[in-house]
Design a protein around this ligand. Structure first.
Ligand SMILES: [Zn+2]
Length: 359
């Protein structure tokens, strides 16, 4: 298997320290999962054919042992190194007993296979890289740090031109397969909600409630959701994500987060901002893999860095804007491996022929 796969597994292992977790919520969730499995196994054992019996009993003893470790406070500790096991892996499989660093060769191959599969699914869920609709041009670049990304981005074309074009960019908690599953969950949620003609802050509130009611306890996502209308107006709501930058001839304006990440509190309220863009103006969105990119001395590129780079780039052609901005970040952190997933999206109001003539 290729070296890059092993590197991806390593990245999954080492990126966990940056994952913000909510231990109490996930402990309750994992305990419920284990108890449900115990009940199901007991039912299955009562009527199992002899050929299955040994395997079911073995699983039951693994479940019992996990519950005992939970009572004793030793659950989630690696059998080999006594370090904590990655929480998103415990959510995926509550019977896991070793950390990523201590998988055996067979387990490691299985994980690499899963990551490749997840990466393929994830690539197929991305929107086209160039979108033109309702007088808007959207360009983005999606650059995972490993095989799969915890970044989320989507563009939802309107069924009716009055609906507006919905765009989303976000970052989900956790890494690896769990993060890619959460990303596809968000994509499906927003795709089904987007047709309902809700204002974007109401969209976030509905998505947040659904998220809270789903089984993805303890995980959350920051994101920006916007809707661009034919008249140049953009509705925007931000759930704890990096600010959006509006680039116009008056300069660069920051549109900051107005709410908490999705999945933290199901009763969360969001507010909406409106910006009006002239032909040639743009809205720039990005994930923290870009704003938090570091140079060799540990300095952060920062939102200020992006904002500064963006000054005077208004006239830059969209695809070039996105590529140049990413190249600039790469140059800033040259020699330092990419630590986090990076996504950059530019939504530009196209120059109409008429306004070009007026100018
Ligand atoms: Zn270990």
């Amino acid at each position: 298997m290729s070296e890059s796969n092993s590197t991806a597994v390593q990245r999954v292992a080492h990126s966990d320290e940056r994952v913000v977790t909510m231990p109490e919520t996930t402990d309750t969730y994992i305990r419920q999962q284990l108890e449900t499995r115990r009940t199901r196994l007991n039912t299955a054992i009562a009527s199992a054919p002899a050929s299955q019996m040994a395997r079911f009993e073995e699983l039951l003893s693994e479940v019992d042992s996990a519950l005992q470790r939970m009572d004793a406070g030793t659950y989630g500790i690696c059998d080999v190194c006594n370090d904590t096991i990655e929480r998103d892996r415990l959510i995926e499989d509550p019977l896991v007993r070793v950390c990523l660093d201590h998988l055996n060769a067979e387990q490691r191959r299985a994980l690499e296979g899963d990551l490749e599969l997840a990466a393929g699914v994830q690539r197929s869920l991305l929107p086209p890289t160039h979108v033109q609709s309702l007088g808007w041009q959207i360009e983005y670049e999606y650059k995972p740090a490993g095989l799969v990304s915890g970044d989320y981005c989507d563009v939802i074309l309107p069924a009716d031109s009055d609906d507006g074009l919905v765009f989303l960019i976000g970052d989900v908690s956790g890494k690896g397969v769990a993060a890619s599953l959460l990303m596809s969950y968000l994509r499906a949620t927003f795709r089904s909600l987007a047709g309902a003609r809700m204002d974007v802050h109401k969209l976030l509130e509905a998505a947040n409630r659904l998220f809270g009611e789903s089984t993805m306890a303890g995980q959350f996502a920051t994101l920006v959701c916007g809707r661009a209308g034919r008249d140049g107006s953009i509705q925007i709501a931000n759930a704890g994500h990096c600010p959006a930058l509006a680039v116009s001839q008056h300069g660069v304006k920051r549109i900051d987060a107005t709410g908490l990440p999705l999945g933290m509190f199901t009763s969360g309220h969001y507010s909406m901002e409106r910006v009006d863009l002239e032909p040639g103006d743009s809205l720039l969105l990005f994930t923290d893999g870009i704003s938090e990119a570091r140079d060799g001395r540990g300095n952060e590129y920062g939102i200020e860095g992006i904002s500064k780079w963006t000054q005077g780039k208004r006239a830059q052609e969209s695809a070039r804007f996105v590529t140049d901005c990413l190249n600039e970040v790469q140059l800033f952190s040259s020699g330092v491996p990419q630590a986090d997933d990076q996504t950059l999206m530019l939504i530009r109001r196209a120059e109409s022929r008429r306004s070009a003539q007026i100018a």
